[in-house]
Design a protein around this ligand. Structure first.
Ligand code: AVI
Length: 326
């Protein structure tokens, strides 16, 4: 994830097939956004992050650039020694801003990016070792919770976990609480968790972020159909679906759908089934939750944390919320 969410390697193809079968057999139909991130999906997400409408990345970058010193002081908690562990590190561009500042402050840190993609970790390690030759790095590929437990066994230094980029927004509330509770169980009392939350704001701004003028977000969603064709032997015609996104201000949730333009049937060999789509039938693809400060507070409480400090961008579009164990 994460930051993106995790890309699914071929060994888990049967899990992919079974999730596609469950989602397309459901009423209403759905597909899981965690499967967006094959190579092409990851490339399209990089493109999304550069779009003028997709404000989230710029907001988090602004927070890290303008408040690196305050963030350092909050994370250092009195001494400058801690292990920085990034869940779903991706290319680590935003984290590099923090690390640059922390090293300039002579903080004694180890950086452990964790990602499901070994390729992403190799690229990140190469960039970071060239840019920060003095940084101790320990990149890990695999399951967040298993790795956290093994890192805890290896060193008793304080851990600061980073879960950035509003990746939490792609979980519904129940999934978010269960994710944070599992992190809580793997954390010691002195550890900290820094989470990127996209905040509720002018609905037009949010709606545009998920329906950009260039159609990159549409391609990003439609790419999952191409992935199903390639990996599961599907015969989707992506031109027969359109991307539709909306924002519900009463819930604070942006949702995206693929809508069937006509009555059609699609066969997927790996699941041995054909699925009927009615004209204008939606397939729910992704939730991107936007938060109020009350929602963030209650999420922290219900997951066994309390808020230590919040960092906002100048427009208050976005919040990096620092949690400690309650
Ligand atoms: C990865 N995640 C936080 C993005 C989001 O904003 O929900 C994924 C995305 N979907 C469409 N645009 C970006």
């Amino acid at each position: 994830m994460h930051d993106r969410m995790a890309s699914i390697p071929t060994t888990e193809l049967s899990q992919f097939a079974s999730d596609v079968l469950t989602g397309l057999s459901a009423k209403p139909k759905y597909l899981s956004s965690k499967y967006f991130y094959d190579d092409e999906g990851s490339r399209l997400f990089q493109e999304i992050m550069k779009l003028p409408e997709y404000y989230l990345t710029g907001c988090e970058m602004e927070i890290f650039t303008s408040q690196a010193s305050d963030i350092h002081d909050a994370l250092a908690n009195g001494d400058g020694r801690f292990d920085l562990i990034e869940l779903g590190a991706g290319d680590g561009t935003k984290t590099a801003v923090l690390i640059d500042h922390f090293l300039a402050r002579k903080a004694d840190i180890t950086y452990s990016p964790i990602d499901i993609s070994q390729e992403a970790l190799d690229a990140l390690t190469a960039t970071f070792t060239a840019r920060f030759p003095d940084l101790r790095m320990d990149a890990r590929q695999g399951d967040y919770f298993k790795i956290l437990r093994s890192l805890r066994e290896m060193s008793s230094r304080r851990k600061v976990l980073l879960f950035l980029g509003s990746n939490i927004g792609n979980f519904d509330r129940e999934q978010a609480v269960s994710f944070f509770r599992s992190l809580r169980e793997a954390m010691s009392n002195d550890d900290l968790l820094l989470i990127g939350f996209d905040l509720q704001k002018d609905p037009h701004v949010i709606a545009a972020a998920y329906d950009d003028g260039e159609g990159v977000t549409a391609k990003f969603n439609l790419n999952l159909l191409t992935r199903i064709n390639r990996e599961l032997g599907g015969d989707f015609d992506a031109d027969k679906f359109l991307h539709y996104a909306n924002y519900r201000p009463n819930e604070g949730s942006a949702r995206s759908f693929l809508i069937s333009r006509e009555d059609q049937a699609v066969t997927i060999d790996a699941v041995g089934k054909s699925f009927d789509f009615k004209q204008w039938e939606p397939v729910f693809m992704e939730i991107s939750q936007k938060y109020s400060m009350e929602m963030i507070g209650s999420l922290a409480r219900d997951s066994g944390f309390e808020i230590k400090q919040n960092f906002f961008d100048s427009r208050k579009y976005y919040c990096d919320s620092l949690w400690r164990v309650a």
